[in-house]
Design a protein around this ligand. Structure first.
Ligand code: SIN
Length: 485
């Protein structure tokens, strides 16, 4: 059991390279989106420091890869214990920099830690194969080896869990990492670094280099032949740029990109359950998740009853500073996010959508708070149906037949999550197979779990995180053909 640190001890503001904390070329500011106050001034890594982090990770890889899987497992397990011991402090840091309600932040810390615990166990289950003999006196074997230095670029909406979902399997596999947390929310990442150091994860195995120059970081990382893998969570547009950069050195990639999740309510659905599950999906992190229900598609015969129940549930949500435990939704991350929500709602209304609940900005709350909006009569042509909303705006469309519902659901270049509510077993089977998405929630809106593979199809990404598949992203398969036996 590790000793407990205070929140102040966890609030690191320096770069973590080769087991040492160091200043950057200058600093950038982290702001509390609820209050506009400065939470911290954080070291801003230079290109040379990113190179130094890659070198450190490469040196550490030479020994970390040769630790036994049990040794790696024990270190990860100690990190998990330390994270859970500091769950409340980490949650407060997250709420201060990201805004989500502190209980929800504590839930994210536990969700993040669950990947560390899971991959501590999976480290011991990396197995190869012995293949059937093709020739006499010869044996063919398959072994799995760590890929090498991994670059991790993570988003601001899950400041803790998106780091552990990449770093834990990487370390379990025997890889070392260079992490660039988002400049909006680097403090949760640095706090994880403090705890990793505290539990004795060796120097250079985890390097954390905050920078406000994402372009410099990506170009430096992808141009360095010591880097063998890049794991990115973020927008499809940035993912496409990274794919081009990774092509130069043929770097293996995992990409968790944008979504445009349909939430389809069929006429045989339990409407109360459907509302409950939609609320769980739509309002998590104030709608700022890649798997948030983006297009709510409701069959015409249950449309009005569903909208009535939904409107009732949405009206109950309380919006305000996430440090106050009474609040269900915190602020949006920045002004750009508020402006985008405002623009999408305005465009939809101008094109014929009906505003059932007005919501939007409220002069009594801070600039970045956005009260939930409920729109009906939305159509597929509106921008709100084609874009990730990333705000507490529910956009409801009507459809007539099952085929039309499925067609509308799939009419997007994205395919991360999809949800539907129905009761007929035949329909559930048909629709589950027909939806083009990496994750499908069936009468379920909360679908993320360390045991479930997370990832998308189409323009939503490549690869899977979490689950027993997740570690493969960090392993190479090697074939050994031994003769003369
Ligand atoms: C994301 O929105 O990027 C991740 C959501 C999750 O893990 O549930």
């Amino acid at each position: 059991m590790t000793s407990k640190l205070s929140r102040k001890d966890l609030l690191a503001d320096a770069l973590y390279i080769d087991g040492k904390w160091q200043q950057g070329k200058n600093t950038f500011t982290v702001t509390n989106p609820s209050t506009g106050d400065t939470v911290a001034t954080v070291a801003n890594a230079s290109e040379q420091q990113v190179e130094a982090a890659i070198d450190a990770a490469h040196r550490a890889f030479q020994s970390w890869r040769h630790c036994t899987s049990e040794e790696r497992s024990k270190k990860l397990r100690a990190w998990f214990d330390a994270i859970m011991l500091h769950q409340d402090e980490l949650a407060e840091i997250m709420t201060l920099e990201q805004g989500k309600p502190v209980d929800e932040a504590a839930g994210e810390v536990a969700y993040g830690a669950s990947f560390v615990e899971w991959f501590a166990e999976e480290a011991k289950r990396i197995r190869g194969d012995i293949l059937p003999t093709i020739k006499n006196q010869q044996e063919n074997r398959v072994i799995k080896q760590p890929i090498g230095v991994v670059g991790c670029i993570t988003p601001w909406n899950f400041p803790n869990a998106m780091i552990t979902r990449k770093v834990a399997p990487a370390l379990a596999a025997g890889c070392t990492v260079v992490v660039k947390p988002p400049s909006l929310t680097p403090l949760s990442a640095l706090a994880l670094g403090v705890l990793a150091e505290h539990v004795g994860i060796p120097a250079g195995v985890i390097n954390i280099v905050p920078t406000d120059d994402a372009k410099m970081f990506s170009e430096t990382l992808c141009a360095n032949p010591k880097v063998r893998k890049l794991s990115f969570t973020g927008s499809t547009k940035v993912g496409q740029t990274l794919m081009k950069l990774c092509s130069e050195n043929v770097i293996k990639m995992s990409l968790e990109l944008g979504g445009n999740a349909p939430f389809v309510v069929f006429d045989d659905a339990d409407l109360d359950l459907a509302v409950e599950q939609l609320m769980a999906s739509k309002f998590r992190n104030a709608g700022q998740t890649c798997i948030s229900a983006n297009r709510v598609l409701v069959q015409d015969s249950v449309h009005d009853a569903f909208v009535g129940k939904l409107s009732h549930a949405v009206k109950k949500l309380k919006v305000g500073d996430g440090m106050n435990k009474d609040h269900d939704l915190g602020p949006l991350i920045n002004q750009e996010a508020v402006d985008k929500a405002h623009r999408l709602v305005k465009d939809a209304i101008e094109k014929g959508a009906t505003c059932e609940l007005k919501g939007g900005q409220d002069e009594h709350l801070g600039d970045l708070f956005y009260l939930p909006v409920l729109l009906t009569n939305v159509s597929a042509e509106m921008e709100i149906s084609q874009t990730e909303i990333f705000a507490p705006v529910v956009a409801v469309q009507k459809f007539v037949s099952e085929d039309e519902g499925i067609e509308l659901a799939n009419s997007t270049p994205f395919g991360l999550a999809a949800y539907f509510c129905a009761s007929s077993p035949q329909r559930i089977h048909r629709v589950s197979y027909a939806l083009e998405a990496g994750l499908v929630g069936i009468n379920a809106g909360a679908i993320s779990h360390y045991m479930n593979p997370f990832g998308g199809v189409k323009q939503s990404g490549i690869g899977r995180e979490g689950s027993h598949y997740g570690i493969d992203e960090y392993l190479e398969i090697k074939t050994l053909v031994q003769g003369g036996l």
